[in-house]
Design a protein. Sequence first.
Length: 101
Amino acid sequence: MKKTLDELVRERPVDRTQVDAHKRRMLDELRAYRLRELREASELTQVELAGKLGVSQNRVSRIEHGDIERAQVDTLRKYVEAVGGHAHVEVELGDERIQIA
């Protein structure tokens, strides 16, 4: 006998904490992939970009594989500038937005 979706959900309820954590990981990976695309469009290797940033090639690789949360703001800013962009850091406090970098 086949089970309905409602029956399956009752047997295995959704853990919102896990879902939210997975969403965050997916968004980090998507952002990282976009950074990699920008680097490649700028015809830079990870080694060349690392030299411009003053970090190791391994650090560039980790950023491009989703380890953005632990990257320093200055490193991300330099990364974006090295591929021809401009980065801005903005703080949101209620309805107010403040650019801090």
